[in-house]
Ligand binder design. Structure first.
Ligand SMILES: Cc1cc2nc3c(=O)[nH]c(=O)nc-3n(C[C@H](O)[C@H](O)[C@H](O)COP(=O)(O)OP(=O)(O)OC[C@H]3O[C@@H](n4cnc5c(N)ncnc54)[C@H](O)[C@@H]3O)c2cc1C
Length: 443
C-alpha cells in the first residue's frame, strides 16, 4: 500500500534483517519508513562480501523451510522457487578417531548415531522439548510459552547443568557454539527452543545470495546507507527523531517514531543518555564474538557425504563446511565459542590454522587456496540472558517511558533470520496501531 500524504514518518535504525523487516512492515501498513545504516551496504550480519569474482555471505545465509515470514518477504522481493538451492543438514564430528555424520537425507540413521549411549533421562528430556517445538511453533522463538514455564519451574539452569556430558558433546555444544557463540554453561534452558527450532528444520539458500532481494527492497523503501545514528532526539519523554554523523546531511532527522533494530548493546548505547535503567537491562543480554573466513580452492575440498565438520571445545575453530552442496571448493571456517574469543582477526593466520585442523581429517594436500574473505563481529551471536522472557517483559515495560520508541533485534524473538522477521513484525504492528489508529466505524 503506498503511503498517503501525511502518513507517519518512522525512522528505522539498522539495516540488517530486523530493520529491513521493520521497514517493510511499516511500508506495507502505509507508513513512510526511512531506514538508516552506517555500513555502505544493507544486510548487516547477512551482508555480501566479495570473494574473487563472486560475492558470498559471511554471516547468516541458510533459510529454513519453516521460515514462513522470510520466504514470503523474499517472494515479494522477486525471489522465485527456482532461486533456492537445498543446503540440508550435513555435519560430521570426530568420535574416537572416526568421522560420524548427521545428514538430513538419512535422518533415522543419523538420529540413532547421535542418540546412542545418551542416558534415558536426557533422552526423555530432549524428546519432550522437541515435542514442545513441534506441537506449537511459538516455542521455537524466545518467550515461547512452554519454555517460559520450564524456566520458571526449573530456575532456568544452564544447559550444562540440565543435560549430561554425552548429549552436550554430541548435540548441544555444536548447536549453541554455532548459533549463539556460547558454551553449554553459558546458554539457558529457557531459550533452548530457539536452537531446537533450527535443529528441527531443513535448510536452503538463495543460489545468488541476498543481493537481488536487498536491491529490490532498496528500490521499494527509502534507505540511506553510510549513515551512522549518533543520538536519539527526545523531547518531553517522546522520541522525535535521530541525530546522524553524515557529512552533508542535516544532522537531525525528525520522525513520528523511531525503531531501533539493533543488537542489544548498540540499542543500549543510544538509549543510555535518556533511560539508564532500560540501557542497563539491554546491556544484560549476552553476545559473543564470531569470526568467519570463506576460502576458495581450485578443486572440491569436501566430498558429497561429508560436507562439514565440527571441532571439540579446545579448538577455536568450531566448524568447517562447504559453502553449498554445489560449492564444495568454497570452505566456510567459523571461529566461535570460548577458545575463539581472544583470537586476533588475522585472516591469513586463522585460515592457516583452520586448514591445519581440517587437514587432519580431510585431504587438503591437493587443493590450492586461491582467495579468502573474512569478517569478525564483536556482537556476532546472541546468547540472550537468564530468564530471558522476564528480561523481555521488563524491557517492553521500560520502553513505554519513551513514547514513539520501538525496539527490535535478534534478542527479541531469537537470532535466526526468521525470528528477526517475527520480532520486527510484532513490534511494528504495535507501532502502527498507535500511530495509525483505525478510523472509528460510523455511529
Ligand atoms: C556467522 C553467522 C552465521 C549465521 N547463520 C545463520 C543462518 O544460517 N541462518 C539464520 O537464520 N541465522 C543465522 N545467523 C543469525 C542472523 O544472521 C542474525 O541474527 C541476523 O542477521 C541479525 O539481524 P539484525 O538485523 O538483528 O542485526 P544486524 O544484522 O547486526 O543489523 C544491525 C545493523 O545496524 C547497523 N548499525 C549498528 N549501529 C548503528 C548506528 N548507530 N547507526 C546506524 N546503523 C547502525 C549495523 O551496521 C547493522 O547493519 C548467523 C549469524 C552469524 C553472525
Amino acid at each position: 500500500m503506498p503511503a498517503e500524504p501525511g502518513s507517519p514518518r518512522v525512522i528505522v535504525v539498522g539495516g540488517g534483517w530486523s530493520g529491513i523487516a521493520a521497514a517493510w512492515n511499516l511500508h506495507r501498513a502505509g507508513a513512510r519508513p526511512l531506514l538508516l545504516d552506517e555500513q555502505p551496504v544493507l544486510g548487516g550480519r547477512s551482508a555480501a562480501a566479495p570473494l574473487g569474482s563472486r560475492s558470498v555471505t559471511l554471516g547468516g545465509k541458510n533459510i529454513g523451510r519453516k521460515y514462513a515470514s522470510f520466504r514470503a518477504f523474499a517472494a515479494a522481493m522477486g525471489a522465485r522457487d527456482a532461486d533456492w538451492e537445498h543446503f540440508g543438514i550435513n555435519s560430521s564430528r570426530i568420535e574416537n578417531g572416526r568421522v560420524r555424520t548427521v545428514d538430513s537425507t538419512s535422518r533415522a540413521a543419523s538420529l540413532a548415531g547421535l542418540l546412542s549411549g545418551v542416558p534415558l533421562r536426557d533422552l526423555a528430556r530432549i524428546l519432550r522439548l522437541a515435542r514442545y517445538v513441534r506441537s506449537d511453533r511459538a516455542n521455537a522463538f524466545l518467550a515461547g510459552p512452554e519454555f517460559e514455564r520450564l524456566a520458571a519451574r526449573t530456575g532456568d539452569p544452564a544447559l550444562s547443568a540440565y543435560f549430561g556430558p554425552v548429549l552436550q558433546e554430541r548435540l548441544l555444544r555444536p548447536a549453541v557454539v554455532r548459533m549463539n557463540g556460547a558454551e553449554p554453561d553459558e546458554t539457558h534452558l529457557g531459550t533452548f527452543g530457539t536452537n531446537l527450532g533450527m535443529l528441527l528444520d531443513s535448510f536452503d539458500q538463495l543460489t545468488g545470495g541476498f543481493d537481488g532481494i536487498l536491491g529490490r527492497f532498496a528500490d521499494t523503501v527509502e534507505t540511506r546507507t553510510r549513515t551512522r545514528v549518533t543520538a536519539l532526539a527526545v523531547e518531553d519523554g517522546r522520541v522525535t527523531g535521530v541525530r546522524t554523523a553524515t557529512g552533508g546531511e542535516p544532522p537531525e532527522l525528525a520522525a513520528d517514531a523511531v525503531v531501533l533494530a539493533l543488537p542489544a548493546p548498540a540499542a543500549a548505547a543510544l538509549l543510555h543518555p535518556h533511560h539508564r535503567q532500560l540501557a542497563r537491562l539491554l546491556g544484560r543480554v549476552r553476545y559473543f564474538p564470531v569470526t568467519v573466513v570463506v576460502a576458495a580452492y581450485d578443486r572440491p575440498v569436501f566430498d558429497e557425504r561429508v560436507r562439514a565438520l565440527t571441532f571439540p571445545p579446545g579448538s577455536p575453530l568450531s566448524n568447517a563446511g562447504a559453502y553449498g552442496v554445489g560449492d564444495r571448493h568454497l570452505v566456510r571456517y567459523t571461529f566461535s565459542g570460548r577458545a575463539a574469543r581472544a583470537l586476533p582477526h588475522d585472516e591469513d593466520g586463522l585460515t592457516d590454522r583452520a586448514e591445519k585442523e581440517l587437514g587432519a581429517h580431510v585431504d587438503l594436500s591437493a587443493p590450492r587456496r586461491t582467495a579468502a574473505v573474512s569478517a569478525r563481529w564483536e556482537h556476532g551471536l546472541c546468547a540472550y540472558s537468564a530468564f530471558h522472557a522476564t528480561t523481555l517483559t521488563a524491557v517492553a515495560e521500560l520502553a513505554k517511558d519513551l513514547r514513539g520508541l520501538a525496539l527490535t533485534g535478534d534478542y527479541v524473538r531469537g537470532a535466526s533470520v526468521e525470528a528477526c522477521f517475527r520480532g520486527a513484525y510484532a513490534c511494528t504492528d504495535d507501532l502502527v496501531r498507535t500511530l495509525m489508529p483505525l478510523p472509528r466505524p460510523p455511529a
